[in-house]
Design a protein around this ligand. Structure first.
Ligand SMILES: NC(=O)c1ccc[n+]([C@@H]2O[C@H](COP(=O)([O-])OP(=O)(O)OC[C@H]3O[C@@H](n4cnc5c(N)ncnc54)[C@H](OP(=O)(O)O)[C@@H]3O)[C@@H](O)[C@H]2O)c1
Length: 244
């Protein structure tokens, strides 16, 4: 079984790659630059791990990463849309007056448009893999994507991108049901990564999870999920659906 993970240079993505390798999978790990951690992992698993270059804001890069994945892995059983940014500055906009066209565009391109185009590029491989066993597309989602749950405002571009990604994944689950391709959005609460660093003090949850325990939980859940779960937006710790 082969998996493709984006944002594999660090944080949750790197931990997912480690977890998948431990499970014995072949993994295509997409990085934007050159991650030392991923390089070290490649030395440990030279046969089963392929690091590829991927910039989700660049369509040519998406097509080339998908082509490399096909050569290495053949069919893709699991695609994880993990890469994401809060904002190029590192902090979400807390007022409409702070919106910037280029920054907003980058957040949308990274968090929604790029993942959508990568899904398109890999869809034939996901469908082919589904001939043996249903394949899965997973997005690492955010609680702030919930429109009903939005009490605090702020984080304009991040919220908008994650809500749009939820809409994309829901749509994909409907088309995918015809081809045995499932789609889930998993929300990990707050995880101790670079993305969350500026917000750790205001963590509304009792725990700050590590990327490793988060990845382990996600992979556990994914193994237990079947066709009845497709289209869900789920909190990985409570296993409850999050209101749209
Ligand atoms: N941490 C949390 O509390 C939390 C909570 C809810 C959801 N999430 C979601 O979890 C996912 C992973 O985030 P994280 O917390 O692990 O953050 P992170 O450590 O900042 O990792 C973000 C990853 O995304 C990659 N990336 C950024 N821009 C990219 C681009 N244009 N093309 C390709 N890759 C790009 C980064 O690559 P570089 O190394 O090249 O920058 C990095 O690998 C994100 O989708 C985030 O929204 C996180």
């Amino acid at each position: 079984m082969s998996a493709f993970v984006t944002g594999a240079s660090r944080g949750i993505g790197l931990a997912l790659v480690q977890g998948l390798l431990r499970q014995g999978r072949r993994v295509v790990a997409a990085q934007r630059g050159q991650s030392q951690a991923l390089q070290a992992l490649h030395q440990e698993y030279p046969e089963r791990l392929l690091p590829v270059k991927l910039d989700l804001t660049d369509e040519a890069s998406i097509k080339s990463a998908a082509a490399e994945a096909e050569t290495f892995a053949g069919d893709v059983q699991l695609l994880v849309h993990n890469a994401g940014i809060m904002h190029p500055s590192g902090r979400g906009e807390n007022s409409v007056s702070r919106l910037e066209f280029n920054a907003f565009s980058q957040v949308l391109a990274t968090n929604v448009l790029g993942p959508a185009m990568l899904t398109k590029a890999l869809y034939p491989r996901l469908r082919a893999a589904a001939a043996t066993e249903p394949s899965k597309v997973v997005a690492v989602g955010a609680g702030v994507a919930s429109l009903q749950g939005n009490q605090a405002g702020g984080w304009y571009s991040y919220r908008a991108s994650k809500t749009a990604m939820n809409a994309f994944m829901k749509n994909l689950s409907i088309e995918g049901a015809r081809h045995k391709v499932m789609a889930f959005t998993l929300y990990p609460q707050m995880v101790d990564t670079a993305l969350a660093k500026p917000y750790v003090k205001g963590n509304p949850y009792p725990e700050l999870r590590t990327p490793e325990e988060t990845a382990e939980r996600m992979l556990e859940l994914l193994q237990s999920f079947g066709p009845a779960d497709t289209g869900r937006f789920v909190n990985i710790w409570s296993k409850e659906d999050i209101p749209w």
